[in-house]
Each structure stands twice: as structure tokens, then as C-alpha cells.
Design a protein around this ligand. Structure first.
Ligand SMILES: [Zn+2]
Length: 113
């Protein structure tokens, strides 16, 4: 019972953003990905301690800027569809991952046990 299949994986456009964020954040162990109901994305690198390791980045795939609603409410959490952490290649152990996810996302339900 690894629950591995439950783990979400980033889409192609997100993957490119994640790679860029990780490159600019040497302390990061992963990137929190938040998908909003308007199609925009919010991302931030997270450190081993579950602290932000980069600025929060908002973007919209194949668009020059985020949508009007996001500009207004800054991607309100009420509009979050999905959120997960995309881990760096040498990902931390399961316990650390749960701790980080709980701290960053406020939930552990999306993570494998
Ligand atoms: Zn938006």
C-alpha cells in the first residue's frame, strides 16, 4: 500500500515553470503547485523546513499575463482546484514530505502514505 498512484504530476507547461523555479532556488526541495479554477497557476519553491524558498509566482499557460480575476484577488484560495508539491529529483523521505505538505498546503491527503 504505497498509494503512489495517487500522486499528482505536473503538466508539461507546469513542468517548465517548476524547473525554472528550482533552478533559481537552490535551497528548494520542491515546488508547491496550486491550480486555480480560472486556469492560472500559483507556484512557490519550498525548503526542507517547509518554508517558502522563493517568491510566489503566478502565471497562465500560453498567456502573457494572469487573468483579470487573479489580478483582482491574487488567486484567492477559495478558487483553488488542486494543489500538490512537485518534488525535486532527490526527494525527501515520506515523513518529511508530509510535514512540508502540511505546512505549505495545510493538508496531507494528497500524499502517499
Ligand atoms: Zn486567473
Amino acid at each position: 500500500m504505497t498509494g503512489k498512484t495517487m500522486q499528482r504530476s505536473p503538466e508539461q507547461g507546469e513542468q517548465a515553470m517548476i524547473a525554472g523555479i528550482l533552478e533559481g532556488s537552490p535551497d528548494a526541495v520542491g515546488v508547491a503547485v496550486i491550480r486555480l479554477n480560472c486556469g492560472c497557476r500559483k507556484m512557490a519553491a519550498v525548503s526542507q523546513a517547509g518554508e517558502p524558498a522563493s517568491k510566489i509566482i503566478m502565471y497562465r499557460d500560453q498567456a502573457e499575463s494572469i487573468c483579470a480575476q487573479c489580478k483582482q484577488d491574487n488567486g484567492n484560495y477559495m478558487r483553488v482546484l488542486e494543489q500538490f508539491i512537485s518534488w525535486k529529483e532527490s526527494e525527501p523521505d515520506a515523513q518529511t514530505k508530509r510535514m512540508i505538505a502540511a505546512k505549505v498546503l495545510g493538508t496531507t491527503e494528497d500524499l502517499p502514505n
